[in-house]
Design a binder for this molecule. Structure first.
Ligand SMILES: [Mg+2]
Length: 384
């Protein structure tokens, strides 16, 4: 089996409401789709959700846009991968790394499509290719975007009444607001729901960040994600915090994960397939985390069904991904199982909703990604 065609294009989905986090200037819901077709007539789908204004410490990582991802795939990676074996996922990554430094979001879209093809070609879901299930469901954490306190509290309470047991609360712009919101949510949801505040690097110098984290703990927070910038500052906050500190912007790939461990910079890691350039890179991060008993979650940029399916398979197969993950629950319009939990878009590019139970996504057991991509919806939402 050989790769015959690789093509990337852009699409967007309608948002349920305006979701923001600190530093996000645009709107969510913009994606790059990649289709890879083989000489045996099998099509694999991959996705990238590039953000130009997110990530990295002190501006050391470059943002990516739909245009840069499409150009990278169509102009550089596609010519190099045509005619190669689509199941050779590691050597595909080596080829891409040999051509272009960085640009992991573009590499991720191809890597997901290759895994989808690999699974379809052998009739197995991706989680089996990764070694099989180590858990039966994928617990979801619902992300509460930056919004006024009343709306944020309502969004959180609705998601909890839907059944999720974890909330990721976006903050980092106004620490007093974050502390009040955590206090309100803790009072309303009781002790059984995990409250995780994501400051997106927003609490500044570690001396200030330490004070804010302490006050968040007093208000009832369970975990704080990326309170400050850079591994040195993060390590200082982690050393003094009474709750686990999660590295997100500070940990993209294997080299970062090793540095997090060496410097004891964080207690947990937020893995994205995109930050690590796809399954191949993200598995290395998960292996380091597992060796060091560091719990992880899978997170991202609120993907469409293609990226969410990939993330679901990843969580199912990796022991270290034991925290509730911010994975949207994908569903076509009118078919979403919940009012708010995991619900960010009013439609998606699949014909059948993800199945859920008690706020967790159930395994996708079909071959490859295990979803039915709806080409008519892809055509409807295409925007390039
Ligand atoms: Mg984050």
């Amino acid at each position: 089996m050989k790769i015959q065609l690789i093509e990337a294009s852009a699409f967007r989905l309608p948002n349920r409401r305006d979701f923001k986090w600190a530093g996000l200037n645009g709107e969510l819901g913009h994606f790059v789709l990649v289709r890879i077709r083989t000489d045996e007539g099998i099509t694999g789908y991959g996705e990238s959700t590039p953000l130009p204004d997110w990530g990295g410490d002190f501006g050391r990582r470059s943002g990516e846009t739909a245009a840069t991802v499409i150009s990278m795939i169509n102009d550089i990676f596609a010519p190099a991968l045509l005619g190669t074996d689509p199941t050779a996922v590691t050597s595909a990554r080596q080829r891409m790394d040999g051509l272009v430094v960085g640009n992991p979001y573009a590499k991720c879209a191809i890597d997901i499509a290759l895994h989808d093809l690999w699974g379809k070609s052998v009739g197995q879901p991706i989680y089996r290719l990764l070694g099989g299930k180590v858990r039966e469901t994928v617990p979801v954490a619902h992300m509460i975007g930056l919004m006024n306190e009343k709306d944020a509290a309502e969004e959180g309470l609705t998601a909890v009444s839907d059944g999720v047991r974890a909330l990721q609360i976006k903050g980092g712009v106004d620490s007093e607001r974050d502390i009040r919101l955590v206090r309100t949510l803790r009072r309303e949801v009781g002790p059984g729901v995990t409250l995780r505040l994501d400051a997106n690097q927003g609490y500044g110098h570690p001396k200030r960040a330490r004070i804010v984290v302490d006050r968040l703990v007093d208000a009832g927070v369970d975990m704080v994600e990326q309170p400050t910038t850079g591994l040195s500052y993060l390590a200082e906050v982690t050393a003094h915090a009474r709750v686990p500190i999660i590295a997100d912007e500070s940990c993209w790939d294997l080299a970062d994960a090793l540095e997090v461990v060496q410097r004891r910079a964080a207690d947990c890691i937020s893995i994205y397939l995109a930050k690590a350039g796809g399954f191949v890179g993200a598995r290395a991060v998960a292996a380091v985390a597992e060796a060091q008993r560091i719990p992880c979650d899978i997170n991202g940029s609120i993907e469409s069904a293609i990226g969410n399916a990939a993330n679901t398979h990843f969580v199912l197969a990796h022991p270290s991904v034991s925290l509730a993950s911010v994975i949207p629950i994908s569903a076509p319009s009118g078919a979403h199982p919940y009012l708010a939990a995991g619900r960010y878009y009013e439609d998606d590019v699949i014909s059948k909703a993800f199945e859920v139970k008690d706020g967790a996504i159930l395994p996708l057991d079909g071959p490859g990604l295990g979803i039915e991509v709806d080409e008519s919806r892809l055509a409807k939402y295409r925007c390039d």
